[in-house]
Design a protein around this ligand. Structure first.
Ligand SMILES: [Mg+2]
Length: 430
C-alpha cells in the first residue's frame, strides 16, 4: 500500500520572452512556466504534476499547491483513488480554501497540479499511461471520478453511464487506428505574433514537409496586418489545408464580429478566443455574426460551469479544454462528457510548457471512451520545450503518437528542474 509522505513544489520558468515564442495579442512576452509538484511516497513511484503560467505569479501557484497538499500528505493512494470523485470534491470544496475560488484563479490552477500528480502516481503504480488507465475503466468507475454537482441539469450520472456504455462499441478498432496513425494535431508554432513574415513562411514550409495539414496564426494587432498574416499563411499552405486564427481575448464583441468578417476571404476554420473568456453570451453573439467561421474558446474557461453554459448557449463550435486551467483530469472528464452530449468537438489547448504532454492523453480518452469520434477534431501542438520531459510527446505526420510510458507524461528531468528553477537556476543566472 503506497502512502504519500510529503509534497515538494518547484517554481520553474523558461525564458521564452527572449525568443518571442508564445507571443500573442494580449501576452507579448511570456516566460513559459510550471508550478510543479512532486508527491513523494514510501513506494516505488513519485507523482508528478504541474500547472502552467506565463511567468510572474508562478510563485502564487506554488504557494497554493502547498496549501492544498495537506489534503493528500499522509494518505494512502488507494484511499484517494478508490473514491476519485469524492477526493476531487474534498480538494475543490475545502471549507476555507474554496473562498479563494471557488473553481477559478490561482487556487484552481493549483488544484490541477495536485490532482494531476495523483493521476500520474496512480497510473505509474498500475504501470500504464493515464489514457489507458481511464479508457480501461468500466463506465461506472469513470462516472465515479466526476463530481456531478452543478452539472445534472445537463448531464447526470445516468446519462453519463449511458453515453460511456454506448462509446465502448468499437473501442478496440479505434485503439488500433490510434496505434497505427496517432491522434490528429494542428500546429501553432509557425504563427506566433512576434515572428516576421519570412520566418512564418519558412516555418510553414518546414511544417508541410513534416506532414502538417492544419495551421494556426495569431491575430489581433490591426486589421491590415492580420489580413496580411492570414494571406501569407494561405499562400504557403494552399487552400486544402486548415487555417485557424487566435485573437487571445483582445476584442470587444462587436469588434470581434467586424474584425473576423474581414478575415472571411481566408477560409478560417475558427476564430479562437475572440473576446473575454467569461463572456458566454458574447461568444454566442459572435458565433451568430461570423458564420461560416467557427468560434473556439476554452483555454481560459475556468471550470466545467463555464463550459456548460457555453454549450447551453450555443456559443462555441469547438471546446478547447486546458489540462491545468480546469482542476485536473477529473474536471476534464466532466467537460468531455458535456461536450459530447452536445456534439461539440473537443480540440484541447496545448503548447506552453507541458500542455502537449498532458493533452495527448485527454484526446485519446475522448476518442476511445467518450465522443468516439475524430470528426473535425485536432489537438493543438507547439514545438517548444519538450526536451525537459522524461517522456516527451512523439509526433509523426502531424499526429500525436500514443504515449507508452506509465503516468501522465509530465515528469520533468531532474537537470531541467534544477536549470529552470526560479530565480537561482542556470536559465536565470545570466
Ligand atoms: Mg489560444
Amino acid at each position: 500500500m503506497t502512502r504519500i509522505l510529503s509534497a515538494s513544489t518547484h517554481d520553474l520558468r523558461a525564458r521564452t520572452s527572449r525568443t518571442l515564442a508564445g507571443s500573442d495579442a494580449n501576452h507579448p512576452d511570456p516566460d513559459y512556466s510550471a508550478a510543479y509538484v512532486i508527491l513523494h511516497t514510501d513506494g516505488l513511484h513519485q507523482g508528478h504534476g504541474m500547472t502552467f503560467t506565463i511567468g510572474q505569479g508562478n510563485e502564487l501557484c506554488c504557494a497554493a499547491i502547498e496549501a492544498l497538499s495537506t489534503l493528500v500528505v499522509g494518505r494512502n493512494l488507494s484511499d484517494i483513488v478508490d473514491n476519485m470523485g469524492a477526493f476531487w470534491r474534498q480538494v475543490t470544496n475545502h471549507s476555507q480554501l474554496r473562498w479563494l475560488g471557488p473553481d477559478k484563479g490561482v487556487i484552481h490552477l493549483a488544484t490541477a497540479a495536485l490532482v494531476n500528480a495523483v493521476w500520474d502516481l496512480w497510473a505509474k503504480e498500475r504501470g500504464v499511461p493515464v489514457w489507458k488507465l481511464v479508457s480501461d475503466m468500466e463506465p461506472a468507475q469513470f462516472v465515479d471520478c466526476i463530481d456531478f454537482r452543478y452539472l445534472r441539469d445537463e448531464v447526470d450520472e445516468v446519462r453519463a453511464l449511458d453515453m460511456l456504455t454506448k462509446a465502448r462499441v468499437g473501442q478496440k478498432q479505434r485503439l488500433t487506428f490510434l496505434e497505427e496513425n496517432g491522434y490528429p494535431a494542428y500546429i501553432t508554432s509557425a504563427g506566433w505574433l512576434g515572428y516576421p513574415e519570412d520566418k512564418v513562411r519558412d516555418l510553414c514550409r518546414g511544417a508541410i514537409a513534416d506532414g502538417w495539414n492544419s495551421f494556426k496564426t495569431k491575430v489581433g494587432i490591426d486589421v491590415a496586418s492580420d489580413m496580411r498574416r492570414c494571406e501569407v499563411m494561405r499562400e504557403e499552405i494552399g487552400d486544402s489545408r486548415q487555417l485557424m486564427a487566435d485573437a487571445n481575448q483582445v476584442w470587444d464583441v462587436n469588434q470581434a464580429i467586424e474584425w473576423s468578417n474581414q478575415l472571411q476571404p481566408y477560409g478560417l476554420r475558427w476564430i479562437e478566443e475572440p473576446t473575454h473568456p467569461d463572456d458566454i453570451l458574447g461568444h454566442a453573439t459572435i458565433r451568430r455574426g461570423v458564420k461560416p467561421i467557427g468560434v473556439a474558446t476554452g483555454e481560459h474557461a475556468a471550470n466545467r460551469l463555464i463550459f456548460k453554459q457555453l454549450l447551453q448557449a450555443d456559443a462555441i463550435d469547438y471546446a478547447q479544454i486546458d489540462a491545468c486551467r480546469l482542476g485536473g483530469l477529473n474536471e476534464v472528464l466532466a467537460v468531455l462528457l458535456l461536450a459530447a452530449a452536445r456534439n461539440v468537438p473537443v480540440c484541447p489547448h496545448a503548447g506552453g510548457l507541458g500542455l502537449c504532454e498532458y493533452v495527448q492523453h485527454i484526446s485519446v480518452i475522448d476518442y476511445l471512451s467518450v465522443s468516439a469520434s475524430l470528426e473535425d477534431r485536432t489537438t493543438e501542438y507547439a514545438s517548444h520545450l519538450h526536451e525537459h520531459f522524461v517522456n516527451p510527446i512523439r509526433m509523426r505526420n502531424g499526429h500525436y503518437l500514443l504515449p507508452q510510458a506509465p503516468g501522465y507524461s509530465i515528469e520533468m528531468k531532474q537537470e531541467s528542474i534544477e536549470m529552470l528553477n526560479y530565480p537561482n537556476g542556470a536559465e536565470w543566472r545570466d
